[in-house]
Design a protein around this ligand. Structure first.
Ligand SMILES: Nc1ncnc2c1ncn2[C@@H]1O[C@H](COP(=O)(O)OP(=O)(O)OP(=O)(O)O)[C@@H](O)[C@H]1O
Ligand SMILES: [Mg+2]
Length: 283
Protein backbone atom coordinates (compact mmCIF):
# COMPACT_ATOMS: atom_id res chain seq x y z
CA UNK A 1 0.00 0.00 0.00
CA UNK A 2 1.42 3.42 -0.93
CA UNK A 3 1.35 6.11 1.71
CA UNK A 4 1.01 9.85 1.07
CA UNK A 5 4.46 10.59 2.47
CA UNK A 6 6.03 8.32 -0.11
CA UNK A 7 7.28 5.85 2.49
CA UNK A 8 7.13 2.15 1.82
CA UNK A 9 4.46 0.46 3.83
CA UNK A 10 5.09 -2.90 5.44
CA UNK A 11 3.74 -5.72 3.32
CA UNK A 12 3.90 -3.63 0.18
CA UNK A 13 4.94 -6.69 -1.80
CA UNK A 14 1.39 -7.96 -1.59
CA UNK A 15 0.11 -4.82 -3.31
CA UNK A 16 2.57 -4.74 -6.21
CA UNK A 17 0.83 -6.09 -9.31
CA UNK A 18 2.48 -8.39 -11.82
CA UNK A 19 3.82 -6.96 -15.07
CA UNK A 20 2.58 -9.13 -17.91
CA UNK A 21 4.15 -8.82 -21.35
CA UNK A 22 2.14 -10.73 -23.94
CA UNK A 23 3.27 -11.43 -27.48
CA UNK A 24 4.96 -8.04 -27.85
CA UNK A 25 6.71 -7.11 -31.08
CA UNK A 26 8.41 -3.90 -32.07
CA UNK A 27 9.15 -3.23 -35.71
CA UNK A 28 11.15 -0.11 -36.52
CA UNK A 29 10.97 1.48 -39.93
CA UNK A 30 14.50 2.35 -41.00
CA UNK A 31 14.82 5.22 -43.47
CA UNK A 32 17.64 6.26 -45.79
CA UNK A 33 20.32 3.80 -46.87
CA UNK A 34 19.53 0.26 -45.84
CA UNK A 35 15.90 1.22 -45.35
CA UNK A 36 13.28 -1.33 -44.53
CA UNK A 37 11.74 -2.91 -41.48
CA UNK A 38 13.74 -3.99 -38.49
CA UNK A 39 12.29 -6.36 -35.91
CA UNK A 40 13.74 -5.29 -32.55
CA UNK A 41 11.36 -7.39 -30.44
CA UNK A 42 9.76 -10.51 -31.84
CA UNK A 43 6.68 -11.92 -30.08
CA UNK A 44 8.08 -11.56 -26.58
CA UNK A 45 6.06 -12.84 -23.61
CA UNK A 46 7.01 -12.94 -19.95
CA UNK A 47 5.73 -12.00 -16.51
CA UNK A 48 7.40 -10.21 -13.64
CA UNK A 49 5.60 -11.63 -10.62
CA UNK A 50 4.94 -9.24 -7.71
CA UNK A 51 8.10 -8.22 -5.84
CA UNK A 52 10.41 -10.39 -7.89
CA UNK A 53 13.54 -9.62 -9.84
CA UNK A 54 13.86 -10.72 -13.43
CA UNK A 55 17.09 -10.48 -15.40
CA UNK A 56 16.92 -9.62 -19.07
CA UNK A 57 20.17 -10.72 -20.63
CA UNK A 58 21.44 -10.55 -24.18
CA UNK A 59 24.16 -9.21 -26.43
CA UNK A 60 24.22 -5.69 -27.78
CA UNK A 61 21.35 -5.09 -30.20
CA UNK A 62 19.28 -8.02 -28.91
CA UNK A 63 16.37 -5.71 -28.04
CA UNK A 64 16.76 -5.27 -24.26
CA UNK A 65 16.39 -1.48 -24.17
CA UNK A 66 13.59 -1.63 -26.72
CA UNK A 67 11.65 -3.85 -24.30
CA UNK A 68 12.52 -1.56 -21.39
CA UNK A 69 11.21 1.45 -23.31
CA UNK A 70 7.96 -0.31 -24.11
CA UNK A 71 7.53 -1.40 -20.49
CA UNK A 72 8.12 2.14 -19.23
CA UNK A 73 5.83 3.54 -21.91
CA UNK A 74 8.31 5.63 -23.86
CA UNK A 75 7.85 3.42 -26.94
CA UNK A 76 4.68 1.69 -28.04
CA UNK A 77 4.69 -1.93 -29.18
CA UNK A 78 3.83 -2.58 -32.82
CA UNK A 79 1.67 -5.43 -31.54
CA UNK A 80 0.99 -7.27 -28.32
CA UNK A 81 0.12 -5.98 -24.87
CA UNK A 82 1.87 -4.91 -21.68
CA UNK A 83 -0.19 -4.88 -18.51
CA UNK A 84 0.80 -3.70 -15.06
CA UNK A 85 -2.07 -4.97 -12.96
CA UNK A 86 -5.08 -3.62 -14.79
CA UNK A 87 -3.16 -0.82 -16.54
CA UNK A 88 -2.71 -1.40 -20.28
CA UNK A 89 0.60 0.40 -20.71
CA UNK A 90 0.49 0.64 -24.50
CA UNK A 91 -2.81 2.50 -24.35
CA UNK A 92 -1.93 5.11 -21.75
CA UNK A 93 -2.67 8.77 -22.46
CA UNK A 94 -0.15 11.47 -21.47
CA UNK A 95 -1.90 11.87 -18.08
CA UNK A 96 -2.05 8.12 -17.57
CA UNK A 97 1.65 7.82 -18.38
CA UNK A 98 2.46 10.44 -15.78
CA UNK A 99 0.62 8.49 -13.11
CA UNK A 100 2.25 5.28 -14.36
CA UNK A 101 5.70 6.87 -13.99
CA UNK A 102 5.10 7.41 -10.32
CA UNK A 103 4.74 3.63 -10.06
CA UNK A 104 7.31 2.43 -12.59
CA UNK A 105 10.73 4.04 -12.65
CA UNK A 106 13.76 3.55 -14.83
CA UNK A 107 17.46 3.69 -14.01
CA UNK A 108 19.72 4.08 -17.02
CA UNK A 109 23.23 3.01 -17.85
CA UNK A 110 24.92 6.38 -17.70
CA UNK A 111 24.46 8.14 -14.35
CA UNK A 112 26.27 11.22 -15.60
CA UNK A 113 23.92 11.78 -18.55
CA UNK A 114 20.93 11.14 -16.29
CA UNK A 115 21.78 14.08 -14.02
CA UNK A 116 21.78 17.75 -14.93
CA UNK A 117 25.32 19.04 -14.32
CA UNK A 118 23.98 22.42 -13.18
CA UNK A 119 21.78 21.07 -10.40
CA UNK A 120 22.56 19.68 -6.98
CA UNK A 121 21.86 16.20 -5.72
CA UNK A 122 19.04 17.58 -3.54
CA UNK A 123 17.41 19.30 -6.52
CA UNK A 124 17.29 16.07 -8.55
CA UNK A 125 15.56 14.15 -5.76
CA UNK A 126 13.28 17.00 -4.69
CA UNK A 127 11.69 17.38 -8.13
CA UNK A 128 9.77 14.07 -8.18
CA UNK A 129 8.80 14.54 -4.52
CA UNK A 130 7.17 17.86 -5.33
CA UNK A 131 5.93 17.11 -8.86
CA UNK A 132 4.52 13.62 -8.29
CA UNK A 133 3.72 13.63 -4.58
CA UNK A 134 3.05 17.35 -4.05
CA UNK A 135 5.30 17.48 -0.97
CA UNK A 136 6.03 20.74 0.79
CA UNK A 137 9.59 22.05 0.52
CA UNK A 138 10.40 21.26 4.15
CA UNK A 139 9.01 17.72 4.02
CA UNK A 140 10.80 17.13 0.70
CA UNK A 141 14.07 18.25 2.24
CA UNK A 142 13.67 15.71 5.05
CA UNK A 143 12.76 13.03 2.55
CA UNK A 144 15.81 13.81 0.38
CA UNK A 145 17.97 13.11 3.39
CA UNK A 146 16.15 9.86 4.14
CA UNK A 147 16.53 8.73 0.53
CA UNK A 148 20.23 9.58 0.44
CA UNK A 149 20.72 7.49 3.56
CA UNK A 150 18.69 4.67 2.00
CA UNK A 151 21.08 4.50 -0.95
CA UNK A 152 24.13 4.62 1.29
CA UNK A 153 25.15 8.25 0.71
CA UNK A 154 25.82 9.11 4.33
CA UNK A 155 25.97 11.49 6.03
CA UNK A 156 23.28 12.81 3.70
CA UNK A 157 24.06 16.45 4.48
CA UNK A 158 27.47 15.96 2.92
CA UNK A 159 25.97 14.91 -0.41
CA UNK A 160 22.76 16.93 -0.74
CA UNK A 161 24.44 20.14 -1.90
CA UNK A 162 26.94 18.53 -4.27
CA UNK A 163 26.87 18.81 -8.05
CA UNK A 164 27.10 15.64 -10.18
CA UNK A 165 30.73 16.26 -11.18
CA UNK A 166 31.71 16.30 -7.51
CA UNK A 167 30.65 12.65 -7.17
CA UNK A 168 32.15 9.38 -8.36
CA UNK A 169 30.29 7.27 -10.92
CA UNK A 170 29.05 4.89 -8.22
CA UNK A 171 27.82 7.79 -6.09
CA UNK A 172 26.07 9.33 -9.09
CA UNK A 173 24.29 6.09 -9.81
CA UNK A 174 23.16 6.00 -6.17
CA UNK A 175 21.70 9.48 -6.63
CA UNK A 176 19.86 8.27 -9.74
CA UNK A 177 18.54 5.32 -7.73
CA UNK A 178 17.47 7.63 -4.87
CA UNK A 179 15.59 9.77 -7.39
CA UNK A 180 13.93 6.68 -8.85
CA UNK A 181 12.88 5.66 -5.32
CA UNK A 182 11.46 9.09 -4.49
CA UNK A 183 7.96 8.21 -5.71
CA UNK A 184 8.07 4.88 -3.94
CA UNK A 185 7.78 2.92 -7.19
CA UNK A 186 6.39 -0.59 -7.41
CA UNK A 187 8.59 -1.60 -10.34
CA UNK A 188 12.09 -0.47 -11.19
CA UNK A 189 13.52 -1.06 -14.64
CA UNK A 190 17.31 -0.84 -14.44
CA UNK A 191 18.93 -0.83 -17.88
CA UNK A 192 22.57 -1.84 -17.41
CA UNK A 193 22.86 0.27 -14.26
CA UNK A 194 26.41 -0.81 -13.48
CA UNK A 195 27.95 -1.31 -16.90
CA UNK A 196 29.56 2.14 -16.98
CA UNK A 197 30.90 1.88 -13.47
CA UNK A 198 34.35 0.76 -12.56
CA UNK A 199 34.33 -2.98 -11.89
CA UNK A 200 35.25 -2.40 -8.24
CA UNK A 201 32.06 -0.35 -7.72
CA UNK A 202 29.60 -2.63 -9.43
CA UNK A 203 29.01 -5.08 -6.61
CA UNK A 204 28.12 -2.26 -4.21
CA UNK A 205 25.44 -0.80 -6.49
CA UNK A 206 24.08 -4.27 -7.29
CA UNK A 207 23.85 -5.11 -3.60
CA UNK A 208 22.04 -1.85 -3.03
CA UNK A 209 19.46 -2.82 -5.67
CA UNK A 210 19.11 -6.28 -4.12
CA UNK A 211 18.67 -4.75 -0.65
CA UNK A 212 16.10 -2.23 -1.81
CA UNK A 213 14.15 -4.89 -3.52
CA UNK A 214 14.12 -7.09 -0.42
CA UNK A 215 13.33 -4.29 2.04
CA UNK A 216 10.84 -2.32 -0.04
CA UNK A 217 9.20 -5.24 -1.82
CA UNK A 218 9.46 -3.68 -5.25
CA UNK A 219 9.77 -5.61 -8.48
CA UNK A 220 12.89 -5.26 -10.56
CA UNK A 221 13.67 -5.76 -14.22
CA UNK A 222 17.43 -5.88 -14.35
CA UNK A 223 18.90 -5.56 -17.84
CA UNK A 224 22.46 -6.61 -18.42
CA UNK A 225 25.01 -8.25 -20.69
CA UNK A 226 26.43 -9.97 -17.69
CA UNK A 227 24.94 -13.30 -16.66
CA UNK A 228 26.99 -13.55 -13.50
CA UNK A 229 25.97 -10.07 -12.35
CA UNK A 230 22.36 -11.12 -12.90
CA UNK A 231 22.98 -14.07 -10.58
CA UNK A 232 23.47 -11.72 -7.65
CA UNK A 233 20.04 -10.15 -7.76
CA UNK A 234 17.59 -11.99 -9.96
CA UNK A 235 15.17 -14.85 -9.35
CA UNK A 236 14.65 -15.61 -13.01
CA UNK A 237 16.50 -14.91 -16.21
CA UNK A 238 15.28 -14.30 -19.72
CA UNK A 239 17.83 -14.58 -22.48
CA UNK A 240 17.11 -12.44 -25.51
CA UNK A 241 18.65 -13.09 -28.90
CA UNK A 242 17.76 -11.04 -31.97
CA UNK A 243 14.57 -9.81 -30.34
CA UNK A 244 13.37 -13.24 -29.24
CA UNK A 245 13.33 -14.90 -25.85
CA UNK A 246 15.48 -17.98 -26.42
CA UNK A 247 15.63 -19.20 -22.84
CA UNK A 248 13.98 -18.44 -19.52
CA UNK A 249 13.88 -20.00 -16.10
CA UNK A 250 15.09 -19.74 -12.50
CA UNK A 251 18.44 -17.93 -12.50
CA UNK A 252 20.48 -20.68 -10.85
CA UNK A 253 19.04 -23.28 -13.15
CA UNK A 254 19.70 -21.30 -16.33
CA UNK A 255 23.29 -20.60 -15.27
CA UNK A 256 24.01 -24.18 -14.25
CA UNK A 257 22.17 -25.90 -17.07
CA UNK A 258 21.96 -23.54 -20.02
CA UNK A 259 19.85 -25.10 -22.76
CA UNK A 260 20.24 -22.70 -25.60
CA UNK A 261 23.50 -22.48 -27.50
CA UNK A 262 23.40 -18.72 -27.23
CA UNK A 263 23.20 -18.84 -23.40
CA UNK A 264 26.23 -21.11 -23.37
CA UNK A 265 28.07 -18.63 -25.57
CA UNK A 266 27.22 -15.81 -23.16
CA UNK A 267 28.50 -17.85 -20.23
CA UNK A 268 31.67 -18.76 -22.10
CA UNK A 269 32.24 -15.10 -22.87
CA UNK A 270 32.46 -14.17 -19.20
CA UNK A 271 36.07 -13.54 -18.41
CA UNK A 272 35.93 -12.31 -14.81
CA UNK A 273 33.67 -13.92 -12.25
CA UNK A 274 31.51 -11.17 -10.81
CA UNK A 275 31.31 -12.83 -7.44
CA UNK A 276 34.92 -11.91 -6.71
CA UNK A 277 34.10 -8.16 -6.69
CA UNK A 278 34.69 -6.29 -3.45
CA UNK A 279 32.28 -5.42 -0.68
CA UNK A 280 29.58 -2.78 -0.94
CA UNK A 281 30.99 0.73 -1.15
CA UNK A 282 29.62 4.16 -1.75
CA UNK A 283 32.51 5.37 -3.91
N1 LIG B 1 14.48 4.03 -33.05
C1 LIG B 1 15.04 3.00 -33.71
N2 LIG B 1 14.97 2.92 -35.06
C2 LIG B 1 15.50 1.87 -35.72
N3 LIG B 1 16.12 0.83 -35.12
C3 LIG B 1 16.24 0.87 -33.79
C4 LIG B 1 15.70 1.94 -33.01
N4 LIG B 1 15.95 1.70 -31.70
C5 LIG B 1 16.62 0.53 -31.67
N5 LIG B 1 16.78 0.04 -32.92
C6 LIG B 1 17.47 -1.21 -33.28
O1 LIG B 1 16.86 -2.26 -32.54
C7 LIG B 1 17.86 -3.21 -32.12
C8 LIG B 1 17.73 -3.41 -30.63
O2 LIG B 1 18.17 -2.23 -29.99
P1 LIG B 1 18.24 -2.13 -28.41
O3 LIG B 1 18.68 -0.76 -28.08
O4 LIG B 1 16.95 -2.59 -27.85
O5 LIG B 1 19.36 -3.20 -28.08
P2 LIG B 1 20.03 -3.58 -26.69
O6 LIG B 1 19.84 -5.04 -26.50
O7 LIG B 1 19.53 -2.66 -25.63
O8 LIG B 1 21.56 -3.29 -26.98
P3 LIG B 1 22.72 -2.69 -26.01
O9 LIG B 1 23.14 -3.86 -25.16
O10 LIG B 1 23.80 -2.28 -26.96
O11 LIG B 1 22.16 -1.56 -25.22
C9 LIG B 1 19.19 -2.64 -32.56
O12 LIG B 1 19.61 -3.31 -33.74
C10 LIG B 1 18.93 -1.19 -32.83
O13 LIG B 1 19.74 -0.70 -33.86
MG1 LIG C 1 20.43 -1.20 -24.43
Amino acid sequence: MRQPNGQSAPGKAASVPPLVVTDVSKIYTVRGRGRGKFIAADHVSFTIPPASAIGLVGASGSGKSTLAKMITGSERPTSGSIKFGDVAVERLSAGGLRRYHSRVQMVFQDPYAALNPLHTVAYHITRPLQNFLGMSASRASERVHELLETVGLTPAAQYAGKLPHQLSGGQRQRVVIARALACDPELMVADEPVSMLDVSLRAGVLRLLADLRAKRGLSLLYITHDLLGARVITDEILVLHKGRVVEKGPTKHVLQHPKHEYTTQLLDAIATPFATDGAATTH
